[in-house]
Design a protein around this ligand. Sequence first.
Ligand code: KG4
Ligand code: ZN
Length: 417
Amino acid sequence: MTASPLVLGIETSCDETGIGLVRGRELLADAVASSVGEHARFGGVVPEVASRAHLEAMIPAFDRALATAGARPGDIDAVAVTAGPGLAGALLVGVAAAKAYALALGKPLYGVNHLAAHIAVDQLEHGALPSPAVALLVSGGHSSLLLVPDVATEVIPLGATIDDAAGEAYDKVARVLGLPFPGGPPIDKAARDGDPAAIAFPRGKYRDGTLDFSFAGLKTAVARWVEARQAAGEPVPVADVAASFQEAVADVLTRKAVQACRAHGVRDLIVGGGVAANSRLRALAASRCDDAGIRLRVPRPGLCTDNGAMVAALGAEIAGRGLPPSPLGLPADSSLPVTEVVVRWADADSGDRYDHGIARIAARQPQHAPVKGGQTGAVAAGDGEQASRPSGAVGTSPALWARPMDAELAAWSRPAP
Ligand code: KG4
Ligand code: ZN
């Protein structure tokens, strides 16, 4: 049996530059560089600051991950990258880096979905995902319930927030309480000394029977409550507000997650995304799943927040099965739907231009090769030329096209049953 491919994972959808290395379901390296400190004074992520930080962090993080894994660039068998959803400029940096690595190494490229990666990362800790499973995905940008027959090929949305994401509510409430950004960890900490029943904050869409969420009303209720205390000249009991807010979030998330499992006859729940690092959410999910006879899987907190390991984990699952890679004209898509686990299409305009550019570079190779005759006609190709991936005819550049990516993929068979 062939060894599982060594997959490089690149994550840049928000403010973490993550580089992970995974072989099969084994995590070999997880280098994360965060620009969170640069955003703190703005109270939220500034997209352009994040993009520039990704540029600076990318190569050092890559080097660090390889050193940790004791690997060389040539050992990498495939490159996976978050293609979306996320901040457009931030995604672009990761996608461009991934294309460069894939191209330079002559390896297949997989543009994958950030949300599916938050689910797939659990395999690194708890083994193959059960099928089907329900996933509760809670992060700074998303709060969703998903039915997951197969994380590499099929993810079905069951419900989502109709306004703010849970993490967004944490970040905004922290601001109201004068706690630092991002708000999840300091609220989690402050809540430990507070009474979760001190204030009855509203639970949006609690009994509406849907699998959707709403956190905007809760966030506003907390802000109004705090403002009223301040207006009355009374001190704000930060720990009690944090604990009561957190209880409302954890209550509605876990209630609907169990409801989703019951509605679809599913016995396994996976919780992922940055908010899954929350101690109260983890504890309440554990006790409610226990009561309902549902098996619960939650990755360790370090793998819940954004990282490269999750992208490598999903890439390894996809590449390990020999599924087809993404085109080199892969676009970054800030609103990539969760149903699209791997991006299989190239941007109609820039993607074609990108592949066209690659074709021209490859066609130019013979000119520089010491023993080959000049093929200047190929170099002079105009813009009206057909824009497509180079075929075997331009396979004269040994580094680039000597081993076509598809042939490489065919060498990786599914693991024996
Ligand atoms: O998944 P993630 O790292 O990035 C996105 O994809 O958005 O999630 C970041 C979110 C932030 O809103 C942050 O406040 C929240 O996760 N978060 C937490 C905790 N740690 C991070 N929320 C609650 N409790 C935590 N311990
Ligand atoms: Zn995330």
